[in-house]
Design a binder for this molecule. Sequence first.
Ligand SMILES: *Cc1c(COP(=O)(O)O)cnc(C)c1O
Length: 460
Amino acid sequence: MSLLTKIPKVDRLLADPALAAIRENYPAGLILKAVRTVLENIRSEIISGSFEPINLEHSHIAAQVAAELVRDSSFSFRRVINATGTVIHTNLGRSPLPEKIAAHLTETALCYSNLEFDIASGERGDRYSHVESLICELTGAEAALVVNNNAAALLLALSSLAKGGEVIVSRGELVEIGGSFRIPDIMGQSGAILREVGTTNRTHLKDYKKGLCQETKLLLKVSCSNFAMIGYTAEVSHKQLAELGEEAGVPVMVDAGSGLFIDLEQLIGSRETTVREYIASGADVVACSGDKLLGGPQAGIIAGKREFVEPMKKHPLLRALRLDKMTLCALEGVLRLHRDERTALKEIPTLRMLTISADELKRHAARVLRRVRRSLPGSIRAELVSGFSMAGGGTLPTLQLPTKLVALHSENLSANQIEIMLRNAATPVIGRIYKDLFHLDTRTILDSDLHLLEESLKTL
Ligand SMILES: *Cc1c(COP(=O)(O)O)cnc(C)c1O
């Protein structure tokens, strides 16, 4: 209690010569906020009975205020090093963009552009025209549209195609994606009525047929992107569903989720239907994400038949869901890289990390290990071990990619202590703990991360 009464008063501190340098560099409002934060921290330390002796000298508090101001003035949203091995990590920003498009992205963001200006005619242009023909070329679709994300794509498509009518979906496909995105909720928001058919594990074509009625406006197939069903299961393929839709005169939409534009089966040994395959087998509309397996920015892509996509372009919701110019620029860049499959696999980080060969990964891991060892204290030993990475982002849920990890063995720090210290380093390093050891999965560590990783490891 006596210590509490000795905490300096805010006014006295603010006027103290110890804060003179700070007063020159920061606005008064921010200094006041920082002083209050530091004093509040000291108060709680005293109350909770801190193990460290409490230093209430003004010079010491001034140093804490300076540190708090630096912390408060730095970007909240910033780079981290993904050493989790989860390639499309939703919490870590999903797909890092290709370096190849960086210069173009900076230029269009910092300067004026032809976002909605038709240079050839000198008249008002269409922002979607910059990507529509590319999407059509890459997927075989007649028409295409892009929006804020796949959730927005579904909301727009359902509102446009099925408002006030019924949408038939298999019970086994009423998925939750994470971050509270659920197919039935989106359906509710669009004004369409959900008509569930089949059972959790088995749905047959006859179930869809039974569900068809006067009110049916759409047949929807949702790709089970973030889970897998095994055992006694049955589902109706997108192809069969497209045939049924054709027969019944009802459009068929596929929520493809991850949005695969390149067949990766030969490279990773796991099968996922590409957008082109969905279109080719007769789906009228396909919706997918831009920042999952496409490896681009957050976006929702709608591709399909002209008669269904054109009305979406005129729908009032589109204005609220539209893409901004930086996203559009990045998306065009990533789509352009897809025109040559080899270039896409090499230049798009998400695709490169997913398809890296065992040999190349081994060389990369050796490089990471060398740099890690160089920056660790003598009391921590690093070695390469084998394990598995995941695709993540609700894609390829059963895929286990063999990987190389750097395991850290410390004489005096626990795995949890290492995790906390690295997470709070200058460039936060996010790894994973397995069998009581802290691991860095080398698959998701970028070459451009290496010097920052070294700096961050020095905090150990
Ligand atoms: C990821 C996913 C979504 C949501 O996509 P966002 O781009 O994150 O909005 C919707 N449906 C499926 C099947 C998905 O996998």
